[in-house]
Design a protein around this ligand. Structure first.
Ligand code: UD1
Ligand code: UDP
Length: 379
């Protein structure tokens, strides 16, 4: 008999990192796979579903303007109940640390499914940073039956918390599987409407500083400081800042109010994943508070300044390709200036090296689940 697998995700990064796993699990004869999107994000999720040609079997469509963590959590659990009743999955797959992840793992557990956690074990050990992601990921780790840890540090974190060694496997991060697969398409000849528009509006003869940001703990003062730093960076010689602005109103409203009249700062809509990869490749440096971008950029040899005080991804910091700069205006400005103007500092941070994966994470996850599923069916 086939094992039913329900894969649940809801935001842009979860979709990017789960897409290759969806496609790989669907190829296995032993599994009957369905995808449920919570649509915690709407437009930014749909951009990814389009690119990877994923048509969800279920769509909870829960996103509300300026939603709260409380309403999101309730909507995911309530929305999943009838699907779990109807489909009775043996396995529920979740990814990472969002509210969708935490609430879907709880809903899966309530319904008797075995919870499989992809990108398990990352920790800052500070429950307020990233907020609420550190706690979302920890709760998911407590609930999960199987833990797919991207790195040995993540594996060690789980072992220290008492997770059994046989329930953890170090896989690498599926973000690298997605990146490598997508970069085969996004080669130098690749184009689409967004890229053609960017070619018309950006000055590629200048150094492109690519910026993204959205973390809840940076809302308010953090973003005001970041905007001030970007204004200062925009006055440096030969620099153009490009900032695809996250749709969260707590980010979008501030950023547009503070930065829209600066001709060296191009504020644009969130880009589709292939266009974003294309633009990362064209950039000189990246300023971000994103988790996924910290993992992708070392594969493209792009130095990253992380505008956060903590990171649950210490591997690239140790390797020297990522630097934590926090959200203090002068620190962001000085470190950006140093990288843009000092060739030696730039070269030290721009080596091609990726501690997060080799592009075979999905294969390892599928093999692990096939193994468990066949053990279970043999009693
Ligand atoms: C969420 C995740 C965060 C993840 C990030 C990736 C939680 C609590 N937060 O943060 O972990 O790193 O996504 O981007 O799980 N919005 C739109 N359209 C979209 C997406 C968002 O309009 O496609 C707006 C809506 O007003 C929405 C708001 O953004 O209410 C916030 O979305 P939400 O998912 O709650 O928080 P993010 O900051 O996106
Ligand atoms: N990304 C994208 N378009 C953009 C900005 C980012 O496709 O305009 C991709 C990026 O390549 C990475 C992911 O989105 O894979 C990161 O998502 P986000 O920063 O929203 O979330 P986080 O990684 O912090 O959870």
């Amino acid at each position: 008999m086939k094992n039913n697998i329900l894969i649940v995700f809801g935001t842009r990064p979860e979709a990017i990192k789960m897409a290759p796993l969806v496609n790989a699990l669907k190829k296995e004869a032993l599994f009957n796979v369905k995808v449920c999107v919570t649509a915690q994000h709407r437009e930014m999720l749909d951009q990814v579903l389009d690119f990877f040609s994923i048509i969800p079997d279920y769509d909870l469509n829960i996103m509300k303007a300026n939603q709260t963590l409380h309403s999101l959590t309730a909507a995911v659990i309530e929305g999943l109940k009838p699907i779990l009743d109807d489909f009775s999955p043996q396995y529920v797959f979740v990814h990472g640390d969002t509210t969708t992840t935490m609430a879907a793992s709880l809903a899966g557990f309530y319904s008797g499914a075995e919870v499989c956690h992809v990108e398990a074990g990352l920790r800052t050990f500070n429950k307020y940073s990233p907020f609420p992601e550190e706690i979302n990921r920890k709760i998911t780790g407590v609930i999960a039956n199987y833990h797919f840890a991207p790195t040995q540090i993540a594996q060690q974190n789980l072992l220290s918390e008492g997770v059994k060694a046989e329930d953890i496997i170090v896989t690498g991060n599926t973000v690298i599987d997605s990146l490598l697969e997508s970069m085969l398409k996004v080669n130098s000849a690749y184009s689409n409407e967004e890229i053609e528009e960017l070619k018309g509006t950006l000055s590629f003869e200048k150094d492109i500083v690519l910026v993204t940001g959205h973390r809840r703990e940076n809302h308010g003062d953090g973003f005001l400081n970041i905007c001030k730093a970007l204004e200062m960076i925009s006055k440096l010689d030969n620099v153009e800042i490009v900032y695809p602005v996250h749709l969260n109103p707590n980010v979008k409203d501030v950023v547009f109010e503070k930065l829209s009249n600066n001709e060296n700062i191009k504020l644009i809509k969130p880009l589709s994943y292939p266009t974003f990869l294309w633009l990362m490749n064209k950039s000189k440096i990246i300023l971000t508070d994103s988790g996924g971008i910290q993992e992708e950029a070392p594969s493209l040899g792009k130095p990253v300044l992380v505008m956060r005080d903590t990171t649950e991804r210490p591997e690239a910091v140790s390797a020297g390709t990522v630097l934590l700069v926090g959200t203090e205006t002068n620190k962001i400005f000085e470190e950006s200036k140093r990288l843009l103007q000092d060739k030696k500092s730039y070269e030290e941070m721009s080596m091609l090296h990726n501690p997060y994966g080799d592009g075979h994470a999905v294969k390892r996850i599928v093999e692990f689940v096939l193994n468990r599923a066949s053990k279970n069916s043999n009693g």
